[in-house]
Every structure is written in structure tokens, then in C-alpha cells.
Design a protein around this ligand. Structure first.
Ligand code: PGA
Length: 254
């Protein structure tokens, strides 16, 4: 039985004033939830603020990106060990916005996964196809390639310590969610790819769905056998919406 995991990706949103009520609202609602992991990923400058708010609670802190490198002359970068140092447990790696807007290649993503693991963080490895790729029938080839780079760079054992997020790019921030069947098919495909290397790892790795997951569509997505949680953008910015998804996840464990 895989423990569901729901993580909020705040992206480029938040402020000192807005973060506190959002986090306190999530913490309040979490008191009625059991059996799931929950995390939030604020922008880097707010990690320490949110770390204080979540200290000694079950709400995990994560970052949205990390450097490939551990230290050195890399102006503007933040190392995985620094994220760990200020209290982060998770780091999102290879989000499609990083891949598309900031030129992150499969090789860079693989190196970042290694950097995150080396620092004791749990990477949330994002994979997923664009609309063009889906329409060209390339969904499986794209996801296979994205996974293969991380397996080649870090070994299949890395998947014992990370979380995968399947995020079809066409569903992110668009309000156009993958159907439960579409998502389930790719989640099962991902597990199958990993099973070619190690069946136990394939069975144990948690695979989140991400892309316009909301309180009103979360239950049917999370009911799919290979969907183990959600990576939540827009709906993570309001405590009630985020908690609605967390509640749907908690219901899948009874
Ligand atoms: P969305 O974003 O929920 O706003 O679609 C998900 C993500 O990009 O992680």
C-alpha cells in the first residue's frame, strides 16, 4: 500500500503577509486528516518563514527547484544542501515550466535528482508530454525518455527515494484535466517502465498526478490504482481548495 502524497506547488506566488494564513489554514485542516503525506513548496525566499510555521508539524516543506551543483561560482543558484539546511524535505525537479522556460534538459534534470538525493531531500521528479507530443502519439516515448535519463544517471535505486509527478503539460494551469483513464494509462506505463528494471521499486514508488487537479475532480483521479497523490498548482494557493484535495486523498486510505 503506497501512502498518498499531496504537495502544493505555489510557483511564483506568495508574500510574507499571505503565506502565514495560507499555511496556518492548511495546518488547521490537516488535524482531521490521517494516512497521507502533505507538503507545500513556496518560493525560495519564503522557505525559512514557512519552515518556522511548519516546525514540529506533519506538513512537509519543499522547494520548487535546486541547483545541479553543490557549491561554487554559480550566481543566483541555490544548492540542495542549502534547502535541506533551512528545513526542506522535498524538492520539485524537472517541472515542465523549468524544462520549457529555463532550458532544463533531461540530463540536467537527472543531475539535479542526484544533487537532491545527495543532500537528503526527496526529489519530486516531474515528467509529462506537451499537447503536440500527445497528439502525435508520442506520450509514452517522451515519458520513457524522461525516466530513462534519470535511471541512467542515478540508477533504478534512486526511485526508492523519490516521488514521480506525471504532469501532462496541456493540463497544467489550463483547467483542462486529464481524464482519470488518460492519467491512469500513463501512470501504469511509468510503473511498467520502472518494472523493466526492478519490480519492487516499480510497485513502491509513488506517482502523483498534476495538472488542474481541484477538489471536485481529485476523488476520481485518486481512485485510480496507480495514482498516489497530486502535485497541485493553482488549487494550492487557497487552504480550503488544497485541503479539499487532501481530504479526497485521505479518503482513499479509509
Ligand atoms: P496546476 O499546476 O494545478 O495549476 O495545473 C500543477 C503544476 O504545475 O504542478
Amino acid at each position: 500500500m503506497r501512502k498518498p502524497i499531496v504537495v502544493g506547488n505555489w510557483k511564483l506566488n506568495g508574500s510574507s503577509a499571505a503565506n502565514e494564513p495560507l499555511v496556518l489554514g492548511v495546518l488547521d485542516g490537516m488535524r482531521e486528516l490521517a494516512g497521507i503525506d502533505v507538503g507545500v513548496c513556496p518560493p525560495l525566499v519564503y522557505l525559512s518563514q514557512v519552515a518556522k510555521l511548519v516546525e514540529a508539524t506533519d506538513l512537509g516543506l519543499g522547494a520548487q527547484n535546486c541547483a545541479e551543483h553543490d557549491s561554487g561560482a554559480f550566481t543566483g543558484e541555490v544548492a540542495a544542501a542549502m534547502l535541506h539546511d533551512v528545513g526542506a524535505r522535498y524538492v520539485i525537479v524537472g517541472h515542465s515550466e523549468r524544462r520549457a522556460l529555463f532550458g532544463e534538459t533531461d540530463a540536467v534534470v537527472s543531475t539535479k535528482v542526484g544533487a537532491a538525493l545527495g543532500a537528503g531531500l526527496t526529489p519530486i521528479l516531474c515528467v509529462g508530454e506537451t499537447l503536440d507530443e500527445r497528439e502525435a502519439g508520442e506520450t509514452e516515448a517522451v515519458v520513457r525518455r524522461q525516466l530513462a535519463a534519470v535511471i541512467a544517471g542515478n540508477g533504478i535505486e534512486a526511485f526508492e527515494q523519490l516521488v514521480i509527478a506525471y504532469e501532462p503539460v496541456w493540463a497544467i494551469g489550463t483547467g483542462r484535466t486529464a481524464t482519470p483513464e488518460q492519467a491512469q494509462a500513463v501512470h501504469a506505463f511509468i510503473r511498467g517502465q520502472l518494472a523493466d528494471h526492478d519490480t519492487a521499486v516499480a510497485q513502491s514508488v509513488r506517482i502523483q498526478y498534476g495538472g488542474s487537479m481541484k477538489p471536485d475532480n481529485a476523488a476520481e483521479l485518486l481512485a485510480q490504482p496507480d495514482i498516489d497523490g497530486g502535485l497541485i498548482g493553482g488549487a494550492s494557493l487557497k487552504a480550503e481548495d488544497f485541503l479539499g484535495i487532501c481530504r479526497a486523498a485521505a479518503q482513499t486510505v479509509g
